[in-house]
Design a protein around this ligand. Structure first.
Ligand code: PRT
Ligand code: MG
Length: 215
């Protein structure tokens, strides 16, 4: 039975290439330049499917892919049902942060119990974070460019991912609180792991070996 691996293009694909190489898998095309959504590899029994980052857990949950690689942010929103998560791969690392416009006194807003409007793509993580702090929030769901929201009065604060900090700086925003450290994990369909263990385990083991070597 062939092995299907779900990946998103861009940083996840790029940073997964060395792990695939460690498992003896070389994609036959680069999804950043190819428009193909199913990409073959040097191994007849392994193929890649190229999906939107936030869709990766869904493909693996339903068994349309046996394996996938998804950020902890994406997995937290998905909930992780039906997924086995054997490995933190340490790739695509960033931090989930609360950020505010320069000059906004976040500490004072929290202290005085102000109700905050929060724009984010990460509804679940944001809801849990502010609930744990006892801060009342109105969450505004966005699908991209959260950084814009406070600049045009859509929100007081945002919850977003930060890696270099360049996007925040370019938009005169400052990070005020870390919610979580994020990196990508290997996810495995639980039923596939039982039915196709002979095919999947060597790939999982090779990834684990590559992660241990780079750590
Ligand atoms: O882009 P698309 O809307 O299709 O989906 P996506 O943003 O979920 O996918 P992609 O490929 O951009 O990200 C895939 C995964 O990479 C995410 O789920 C994270 O786990 C991880 N990751 C690591 C990041 C970043 N670093 C990151 N910096 N994902 C997004 N960003 C964005 C961030 O949202 C912000 O807009 O980059 C911007 C900030 O970057 P800096 O370097 O300016 O701080
Ligand atoms: Mg993106």
């Amino acid at each position: 039975m062939p092995v299907t691996i779900a990946l998103s293009k861009g940083r996840i694909f790029d940073e997964t290439l060395p792990l695939l190489a460690a498992a003896g898998i070389a994609p036959s095309e680069n999804p950043d330049t190819s428009r193909k959504l199913i990409i073959g590899t040097n191994r007849a029994d392994v193929r890649l499917v190229i999906v939107r980052a936030s869709d990766t857990p869904t493909y693996v949950e339903y068994g349309a892919a046996d394996l996938g690689i998804a950020g902890k942010d994406v997995l937290a929103e998905h909930g992780g049902a039906g997924l086995y998560q054997p490995l933190d791969l340490g790739i695509a690392a960033c931090r989930m942060m609360v950020a505010v416009p320069e000059g906004f006194d976040y500490a004072a807003a929290v202290r005085t119990g102000a109700r905050l409007r929060v724009a984010t793509k990460y509804m679940r993580a944001a809801r849990e974070h502010f609930a744990a702090k006892g801060v009342h929030v109105d969450l505004i769901k966005l699908y991209g460019s959260m950084e814009l929201a406070p600049l045009v009065g859509l929100a007081d604060v945002i919850v977003d991912l930060v890696s270099s900090g360049n996007t925040l700086r370019a938009n005169r925003l400052v990070a005020v609180e870390e919610i979580a450290k994020i990196s990508a994990r290997l996810i495995v369909n639980q039923a596939a792991l039982k039915l196709k263990r002979a095919e999947l385990q060597p790939v999982i083991d090779a990834f684990a070996g590559a992660v241990a070597t780079h750590a």
